[in-house]
Design a protein around this ligand. Structure first.
Ligand SMILES: [Zn+2]
Length: 147
């Protein structure tokens, strides 16, 4: 096996936990679970084999679900609110948010970033209230950052 980026044959099985992947509509999805893949020891490029895409998908989906659960727990804790209040701020139904939280459904990258913003920027939570004027979605655009 050769690295497609640098041509090196120095490739080893390695845990890629903490690395970010371009995945579906995510420009960066961080794997927060342990995941063993082939990594080029020269340029750090990750080389996935044909049969491994399901493994990668599962690890990324599990990582996204976990980050969603952490973000929701943090918002509930710091804002002392219910999950339905978070759903209304995100502009999704409480049912959809439960599905995302359980991992049955994946959030869009935009929704995922919005949720992270609410979790790590207390001001964003206030501004995103449906009662907030002017239009909270316009206001939120200023806060939403891609990390
Ligand atoms: Zn390489």
């Amino acid at each position: 096996m050769r690295c497609g980026d640098c041509g090196s044959k120095n490739i080893k099985r390695q845990n890629v936990q903490g690395r970010s992947f371009r995945w579906k509509d995510f420009s960066a999805a961080t794997v927060i679970k342990p995941l063993e893949l082939n990594v080029c020891q020269e340029c750090n490029n990750i080389i996935t084999k044909a049969g491994e895409s399901k493994l990668v998908d599962e690890a990324i989906e599990a990582s996204i679900s976990e980050q969603v659960r952490i973000a929701i727990a943090k918002i509930k804790d710091t804002q002392r609110c219910e999950q339905k209040d978070i759903a209304s701020r995100l502009g999704v139904s409480p049912e959809h948010l439960s599905e995302i939280k359980s991992g049955r459904s994946m959030p869009s990258f935009q929704l995922f970033n919005f949720l992270k913003t609410l979790a790590f920027d207390e001001k964003a939570f206030q501004v995103s209230s449906p009662e907030f004027k002017p239009d909270y979605k316009v206001a939120m655009a200023a806060f939403t950052t891609v990390k």
